[in-house]
Design a protein around this ligand. Sequence first.
Ligand SMILES: Nc1ncnc2c1ncn2[C@@H]1O[C@H](COP(=O)(O)OP(=O)(O)O)[C@@H](O)[C@H]1O
Ligand SMILES: [Mg+2]
Length: 254
Amino acid sequence: MKLAITGKGGVGKTTLTALIAQAYADAGKQILAVDADPSPCLAGALGFPDALRAKLAPISEMDDLIYERTGAKKGQLGGFFTINPRVDDIPERFSVLHRGVRLLEMGAVETGGSGCICPEAAMLKTLFTHLMFRKDEVLLLDMYAGVEHLGRATVDFVDAMLVVVEPTRRSLGTAVQIKKLANDLGLKRLYLVGNKVRNADEAKFLEEETPGLPVLGFLPADLLVQEADRLGIPVYDHVPSLKDAAKNIVDKIK
Ligand SMILES: Nc1ncnc2c1ncn2[C@@H]1O[C@H](COP(=O)(O)OP(=O)(O)O)[C@@H](O)[C@H]1O
Ligand SMILES: [Mg+2]
């Protein structure tokens, strides 16, 4: 199962990714979580210890590695470089494992649309293709906000998309755009997840206004989420209401 977690900025993509990653891991699944945000923060949401986090950096920013593998410096346009560099060792070498969740920081997956022919894009595309053929039972992609970073590479890669929304028209507007783009590119399996839902009225609002996407579940708004962040504890451990909601979601996807 390969899932991309998408949605407007700040709706809770990273929080949801961390929750379902841990829920899958606790259910005994082998899981690879990929942070595809250029400002990674999934490690924090998962509560990875500092010593492990220090080992992580987005692959897209590993200039020496990109040079070593493609034969060209990052940012170089034109000239010669390897468009299918060696990447098979990268997932194991640059990821860290904690409580059953393997985490890789990648940087934005789609780099500036189809026109970008540069070493780091070649590197990420090849790595992405390689990840597709890994034997992990579950692969989660925590996406960069919005729709600009969604494209063919992502859509071809995943089995389904979870579109996270808050009970706001604006976040639903982004969901509409994501649905259209994904459908146009051939991905039909999308689900809505409502986050920061405070009451039955807000849940009803999302049920009624979903852009034709089945609602997979709701996560309550809970001030303990911020407290978990402040204390450096995973939301999964600190916020029972969200842990339960995430487990329900994982059960439904299976
Ligand atoms: N269910 C929730 N209740 C309260 N606050 C939440 C909830 N989910 C997320 N948040 C808060 O909202 C902010 C954005 O969450 P985050 O997961 O980083 O969103 P995204 O990855 O979509 O940008 C964070 O400060 C987080 O603590
Ligand atoms: Mg995020």
